[in-house]
Every structure is written in structure tokens, then in C-alpha cells.
Design a binder for this molecule. Structure first.
Ligand SMILES: Nc1ncnc2c1ncn2[C@@H]1O[C@H](COP(=O)(O)OP(=O)(O)O)[C@@H](O)[C@H]1O
Ligand SMILES: [Mg+2]
Length: 310
């Protein structure tokens, strides 16, 4: 079952087409990472998906509800962290969470319990009584996240959730996102930080100039651009002995002194070539310091696709 379906979504600002017939699907209980350079249309897709801006064409269905229908927003339990979280600055963190929790349908004891829980979960209890206007960017971001999950939404939408966080906070947030996913929450998040997408996402959408260039599992994307795994050899005391080495079905190159990169014609057979390559290099008198298999990273795929406009 899909928790989010976007079909042929079009959003124009005047004559400018910000989202151009975008389609994507997010399975229930999975994490979907929307990646793309600045201005690609990530926030516009997210705001359209939530019914926060009217769109010009296409269809958005969240948890079975058409989001363009009147009253749709009240029907679906969605949590949203905007790219720039906006709070009323004079309120304390606790007051802000109580107010927003109430707007999301919580009340009484349940509301108080949940506010305590999310303050603890995000590690911001000490700021409970602090005015929102006095928070650092990172703490504000955590408060925004707390607000997005306080009512335990079944669908959670996060616009650049990790953007202004330090590494420890990013790690914490990723852990919470994974826990939420494991307990059945569907999560769509946007990012231009590829390693975060790689760490978190079950599926990715690659957005460029308002168009979805790819949507699906990450390994499918790697296959599509046919990037290959390779073997990376580090030599100690490289005197060029490798030049005489030939292993049938491989191509050996030297990107810089002391390093060799071995491509294998049949990528599925990569592991079988490991002993052959090591054997041939040793016989030629090469001294191997390290030997590794390097698989294509999302970043390589992204660059092959978008061509460096990151
Ligand atoms: N309210 C707006 N009015 C006019 N143009 C906008 C508006 N919001 C976004 N845009 C334009 O739409 C494009 C996509 O923006 P956005 O969705 O914010 O991209 P991203 O989140 O991927 O950085 C950009 O070119 C941006 O300048
Ligand atoms: Mg954005």
C-alpha cells in the first residue's frame, strides 16, 4: 500500500513552471528521500502535497485522501516540518508545543504527556521554559521536529530536516526517523545532503528543474546510470610494475601514483576477480598496501545524473 501518491503534479508561479508533471509514490512505513539542487522544486512539491499551496494540475493522495478535496487536511494525520520553522517568538518551547499539539487534535493529559515525551526525545527539555525567540538555529529545528511528531502522525513530511544541525544532532534525528519508520510511520523528507539520504531512505526521488528524473529504490538508480563497482588498490613503493599486468576481462588504471583502479567488464563477477587481480599484481612484483572494493555512492549517481549542479 502507498501512503503518498503524487501523479503528474504541476505547479506554476505565474508563467514559471516550478513543478513539471511530477509523479512519485511512497510505500506505507517507508522512508522516501527527495533530492535535488536548490530551486529544483522540493519545497514546492512538499507544500503542494500538504495542500498548503494550490497546484495547477495533477493529483495528490495521502493515506487514501485526495488532498485537493475540501476539508482533506483535517482528515489525514500528517506531521510537517517546514524548511524554516516559524513559531510565535514570545512563547516558550513548552507553550509552543502545547498550542501546536492542540491544533493537531491533542488535549488534556494526553497533550501534556506527549509534550513531555517529545521534549525528551529531542533532548531539549532544558529549553522547556525558554522563549522561542531566544533559541539557537539547531534547537529551533529540533523544536520544529518535536512539533511535527507530537500528535504521532501516520505520515511525516520533513523539508530539509538536517540542514542546520551539528553532526551529533543529525545523528540523533536520523535515529529518531528510523525508529518512527520501524513503528510504521511513513516519512518523506527532502535534502541536498546526499549522505543523509543514503543513510535513511528506502527510496529516492531525484528532482531536477521541477522534473522527477527518477523515483524508486536507490539501487535501481545506480543500475540505471550503470555505474560499476570497482577495485581500488593501494601500493607501497610504486615503481610502475603494474604496467605489465594484464588480467583478462579487466581494465587497470592509475589515477595517481600509488593507486590503481580496476574495472571489471562483468560487474556481477567482481568478487571472483579479486584473487586473480591480487595474484597477478604480486607476481609482477607490486607491493600491495591495501585492497578494497568500492561501490558507487549516491553522490556518484547524482553527479552522473544532474551533472555537478549541486
Ligand atoms: N512563492 C514563489 N513565487 C515564485 N517563485 C517561487 C516561489 N516559491 C518557489 N519559487 C521558485 O520555484 C522554484 C522551486 O523552488 P523550491 O520549491 O523552493 O525549490 P527547492 O526546495 O528544491 O530549493 C525556484 O526556482 C523558486 O525560485
Ligand atoms: Mg526547499
Amino acid at each position: 500500500m502507498e501512503a503518498i501518491i503524487i501523479e503528474d503534479l504541476v505547479k506554476r508561479y505565474g508563467h514559471f513552471v516550478a513543478v513539471d508533471r511530477a509523479s512519485l509514490r511512497v510505500d506505507e512505513g517507508s522512508v522516501y528521500g527527495l533530492i535535488g539542487p536548490n530551486g529544483a522544486g522540493k519545497s514546492t512539491i512538499i507544500r503542494s502535497l500538504l495542500g498548503l499551496v494550490p497546484y495547477n494540475g495533477g493529483k495528490v493522495i495521502v493515506s487514501g485522501t485526495d488532498m485537493s478535496a475540501p476539508g482533506a487536511q483535517g482528515k489525514v494525520r500528517v506531521g510537517y516540518l517546514p524548511q524554516k520553522a516559524a513559531f510565535q517568538e514570545w512563547r516558550t518551547c513548552e507553550q509552543a508545543l502545547v498550542t501546536l499539539g492542540r491544533l493537531s487534535g491533542l488535549e488534556g493529559e494526553r497533550l501534556r504527556t506527549r509534550v513531555d515525551e517529545v521534549l525528551g526525545q529531542l533532548g531539549i527539555e532544558e529549553y522547556r521554559g525558554r522563549k522561542v525567540g531566544k533559541l539557537s538555529g539547531g534547537t529551533l529545528q529540533k523544536l520544529g521536529f518535536a512539533q511535527a511528531i507530537v500528535h504521532e502522525p501516520s505520515v511525516l513530511v520533513l523539508d530539509e530536516p538536517m540542514a542546520s544541525l551539528d553532526p551529533a544532532s543529525r545523528f540523533m534525528l536520523k535515529k529518531i526517523i528510523k525508529e518512527l519508520r520501524d513503528s510504521g510511520t511513513t516519512i518523506l523528507f527532502s535534502s541536498h545532503i546526499l549522505s543523509d539520504v543514503e543513510d535513511l531512505a528506502d527510496s529516492v526521488g531525484l528532482l531536477q528543474s521541477g522534473k522527477v528524473r527518477y523515483s524508486g529504490p536507490i539501487d535501481g538508480l545506480e543500475r540505471m546510470v550503470s555505474l560499476r563497482s570497482e577495485l581500488v588498490v593501494e601500493l607501497s613503493d610504486d615503481r610502475g610494475e603494474w604496467r605489465s599486468v594484464e588480467v583478462l576481462g579487466t581494465d587497470i588504471r592509475q589515477p595517481s601514483t600509488g593507486w590503481l583502479v580496476v574495472h571489471v567488464d562483468d560487474p556481477d563477477q567482481l568478487d571472483a576477480y579479486v584473487p586473480r587481480v591480487i595474484d597477478a599484481l604480486m607476481k609482477a612484483g607490486c607491493r600491495i598496501r591495501s585492497f578494497n572494493r568500492r561501490d558507487p555512492k549516491l553522490e556518484d549517481v547524482y553527479m552522473a545524473y544532474v551533472g555537478g549542479s549541486m
